[in-house]
Design a protein around this ligand. Structure first.
Ligand code: 5RP
Length: 262
């Protein structure tokens, strides 16, 4: 367990830049990930781990890649379905082990009618993962009509940790210290919908200042006008103590290499 956790959260500073490219499991061919491999492979040297589904791993990522994998193992609903993120287990622990993953990720949706199903799913995944020493990243998903505030996110994050998650992925919010301080396991933030690069860097900086262990970020990296520049800038904040201004300079100075597929 500790060995795998150390592959995700780097022991030298207890921080991490996780690159999330799992969106296709409920969003289909998300902008920037139409050809996932083409977008992601140039980003791998700057990612401490890669979060994706088994199908994407199998089809887009060469098996020689040594970036630690955090395997998305929950799903079952889509953005066009009636019940967003009413997820169950979509990949077995046996398959996760076969794929040599560093961790698995499972989403819960607290406050939804079906919260119990997602929580019992998390409990089952933690039980199975503990048996083989595999860390579980619990993702505190948020429904469209829910408040992404400190009250809600600290409730969801703490519950995830109490259920046995080893890392919690949640959203940044005002008073984020409250979310971090009341959660006994490391917290990483999702980026959410694409926002201006400057704002995404500011949000990352604020999250780190509040005590986050890092990011598990997707769209604000791979949908950026310069994904390599953006992941390098995020890295500088997470691992090197850069300010948002310094990080933005890193982003701006990165030569643009076209990596996306049409
Ligand atoms: C859904 C998820 C996403 O699939 C993804 O990992 C989120 O990353 P971002 O918001 O940074 O694009 O976790 O709940």
């Amino acid at each position: 367990m500790k060995n795998r956790l150390s592959r995700i959260i780097k022991p030298k500073d207890n921080r991490t830049v996780m690159l999330a490219v799992d969106h296709g499991y409920f969003m289909g061919p998300t902008t920037g990930l139409e050809n996932l491999g083409k977008t992601v492979i140039p980003l791998l040297p700057y990612a401490d781990s890669l979060m994706l589904t088994r199908g994407a791993l199998r089809r887009y990522i060469p098996p020689e890649t040594d970036t630690p994998i955090v395997l998305r193992i929950s799903g079952g609903t889509s953005i066009v379905g009636k019940e967003l993120l009413h997820e169950g287990i979509i990949t077995s622990m046996k398959e996760a082990i076969r794929l040599n993953v560093a961790g698995v990720a499972f989403s819960i949706l607290i406050g939804a009618d079906f919260e119990r199903d997602t929580l019992l799913g998390l409990a089952k995944v933690v039980d199975e993962a503990e048996e083989y020493g595999i860390p579980v990243v619990a993702v505190t998903a948020v429904g469209r009509d829910m408040n992404k505030d400190a009250k809600y996110l600290s409730l969801a994050s703490r519950m995830a940790a109490e259920f046995g998650a080893h890392i919690v992925k949640t959203y940044y919010c005002e008073n984020f210290e409250r979310v971090v301080d009341t959660c006994p396991v490391p917290i990483v933030i999702a980026g959410g919908k694409k926002i201006d690069e400057k704002d995404a860097l500011e949000m990352t900086y604020n999250a780190i200042q509040a005590g986050a262990a890092g990011v598990d970020m997707g769209r604000n990296i791979f949908q950026s006008s310069n994904p390599v520049g953006m992941i390098k800038a995020i890295r500088a904040i997470v691992h090197e103590g850069a300010t948002p201004k310094e990080a933005y300079e890193i982003f701006k100075e990165e030569p643009l290499v076209e990596v996306r597929s049409e």
